[in-house]
Write a protein that binds this ligand. Sequence first.
Ligand code: SF4
Ligand SMILES: [Zn+2]
Ligand SMILES: [Zn+2]
Length: 339
Amino acid sequence: MKCKRCRRAEAAVELPSHHAAFCPDCFFHFFRRQVTEGIRKLRLLAPEDRILVCVSGGKDSLVLWDVLIDEGYKTEGLYIDLGIDGYSDRSKEKVLAYAASRGKTPIVVELAKEGVPIPEAARCVRMQECSICGTVKRYFFNRVAAEGMFTVVATGHNLDDETARLLGNLLHWQRDHLARQHPLLPGAGGGLVRKVKPLWRVSEVETAAYGFLKGIDYVTEECPLSFDATSLVYKEALSLIEDRMPGTRIVFYKGFLDPSNPLRKGPEPAAPSDAVPRPEDAPVADVALAAEVDSEEGVGAPRACASCGAPTYSETCSFCRLKERVRKARSLRAAKVSR
Ligand code: SF4
Ligand SMILES: [Zn+2]
Ligand SMILES: [Zn+2]
């Protein structure tokens, strides 16, 4: 099959949702255009922005960084080492190798050194790893961005991620989450930095094809802690629909983002923990802590955490409360062992 754009080269990527097939060069052009249009339409980024790109070693975040560099944005990468045996080392290697290939040195935060490696922290406070991971990552996105004078934080969430989240929010009628869901979360002052998802218009398959054809070496394995992530079920359901009715995902999401949609209030400032773990994600015994973490949401201006100075609506921020719980659980265990 010939490329639908140049009509000369053989097509390497077929995109039923766009009724198109492209050769590698035309696909790069198409993909970058989708991303830049997504940025332009929702005013996600300005040329003068200093962008902190959160890179995990997976395809989405590395592709995002690649596109933003190629488009001439001022970017630095942030890698958060979650402390997951083997997987974290392999992910970090990919990030460092990619960064070096673009003449960059990413900022690295090691959660083991910060006292909250995700698997151990989850065991200590008996909460789901992903809930804790979300809280901790958001904390460091804000902290590193504020310390480094970045104007915006960018993450690699793609159309599949966003529609899976939308479907989950709809199925459970999470009205608050629906009102806030958007590729742009404006900053709220006091150290709360604007957050954007520039890949919101491109699918996971398109992102993977871009990464592969560009020769970007990324981790292909899933996070080993993701086995029970409910978002995978929503993604599977949407893939089934997309296969039968190509283009459904983008119609679904664009319709949701339409300003006339009464379910949405428009972009709202990020809360100190802007995608707060939901109490229903936690095991029953841990609803109390989840609810406590959830109390990060509030109205008005946040104040400084008494312990670390991060913006919060409580006395201390959710990260410091979590860290304290982990510290206490560790001491308790050590005391039991020494008895
Ligand atoms: S699957 Fe869960 S634990 Fe793993 S990176 Fe994602 S949020 Fe973190
Ligand atoms: Zn072509
Ligand atoms: Zn704090």
